[in-house]
Design a protein around this ligand. Structure first.
Ligand code: FNR
Length: 350
């Protein structure tokens, strides 16, 4: 099977292997599914203004993300329940990411311990939800530091969990707590302790940085003014994200939000990342040209893990890198760091 075709048929291949409830859980969006449905199309609506007669004989895909070198500007987004995709769960995902010399955002609801992920050697960032009982969050942060996390990704689009419309058997009928709570500190916690904190302010960024000594990246920003508030409060980075359409449905596509965030953070050292619906080299090209330092992929990594374990994850990342390499040559810009917004314009259908 050809390279492009493998990416295009990945979800279908994964669907054949996964229990129906798991496939539905991975792919679903919140409420009416508006945001999840339009994410990919929003990236595909950009058009390029390629440069010609530039030397593109040598392309450079590598970059650094908060100082960590990566071979491709494509990172794996934090997501839960990797053990439903592969028996080795997050460890298989981490191994696949490491082989591609990329980086993984590890969900705080992982089914593998921070220590085990750290021991795999993969560069990783801890994704965290601050919960109402701060002792739980503090102990998770300490364990992540111990396990070698290089940054804390604070997810801010989830003061409450997005409503999913499910009927019949759900993934929660199939999973064991150990498959997504491997890093929950021991204790007799109540539902109230574990509920997400819904009273957070930008001050939490400084608190996380101080507690861990790590850079803090704020995930779930869709507005320029919020990006600026995060930067002013000390965020080292922001991830433009609508949580893969799983939180507030009909939130704007990240392809639309990115230029506004880039404008708000122009001239600052705050790094910009983006996720949601990124599936092809052309999408990555648009994201980088519009100001992202790297992109994250969520569901494609789950499909790749399902289909071919860690090797599938490596292949996904290297294939996306190969597609980006091709796009960089055709757009006339051999280095990702030299991409500029004038290379991209909106498609206006007649
Ligand atoms: C997620 N996402 C997510 N984000 C987060 O901050 N913490 C989490 O635990 C999860 N869990 C999760 C589970 C599943 C099954 C999915 C699909 C997604 C969101 C994720 O990090 C990312 O924002 C989106 O997945 C990006 O969109 P694409 O690439 O899936 O279109």
């Amino acid at each position: 099977m050809g390279r492009m075709r493998w990416i295009d048929t990945l979800e279908a291949a994964a669907a054949e292997k996964l229990p129906e409830a798991v496939h539905r859980y991975y792919r679903q969006g919140a409420a009416g599914g508006v945001s999840v449905g339009e994410a990919v199309a929003a990236w595909s609506s950009y058009r390029f203004r390629p440069r010609v007669l530039n030397d593109v004989s040598t392309v450079e895909l590598g970059t650094t993300v908060l100082g960590t070198p990566v071979d491709v500007p494509v990172l794996v987004a934090p997501s839960t329940l990797h053990r439903m995709a592969d028996p080795d769960g997050e460890l298989a995902m981490a191994t696949g990411v490491a082989a591609a010399n990329s980086l993984i955002g590890l969900s705080s609801n992982a089914g593998t311990t921070f220590a085990d992920v750290g021991a795999s050697g993969v560069p990783w960032w801890l994704q965290i939800y601050v919960v109402r009982n701060r002792e739980i969050t503090e102990r998770m942060l300490d364990a992540a530091v111990e396990g070698g996390a290089r940054a804390v990704v604070l997810t801010v689009d989830t003061p409450v969990v997005g409503r999913k419309e499910d009927t019949g058997e759900t993934v929660w009928d199939l999973v064991q707590p150990s498959q997504f709570l491997a890093n929950l500190p021991d204790g007799d916690w109540t539902d109230e302790d574990l509920a997400k904190a819904d009273d957070l302010s930008p001050d939490v960024i400084g608190w996380l940085a101080e507690r861990t000594g790590l850079p803090v990246v704020v995930k779930g920003v869709l507005r320029g003014d919020d990006a600026k508030r995060c930067a002013d409060a000390g965020a080292a980075g922001v991830i433009v994200s609508n949580h893969g359409g799983r939180q507030l449905d009909a939130s704007i596509p990240t392809a639309q939000a990115l230029p506004e965030v880039a404008e708000a953070l122009a001239g600052t050292s705050t790094e910009i990342y983006v996720d949601g619906g990124i599936r092809r080299g052309e999408h990555i090209l648009a994201a980088l040209a519009l100001g992202a330092r790297a992109v994250f992929v969520g569901r494609p990594a789950l499909w790749a893990l399902t289909v071919d374990g860690s090797a599938g994850v490596t292949r996904l990342l290297t294939d996306l890198g190969t597609e980006l390499d091709h796009c960089l040559r055709l757009v006339g810009c051999p280095r990702t760091t030299d991409l500029t917004p004038d290379l991209v314009t909106q498609h206006h259908p007649h």
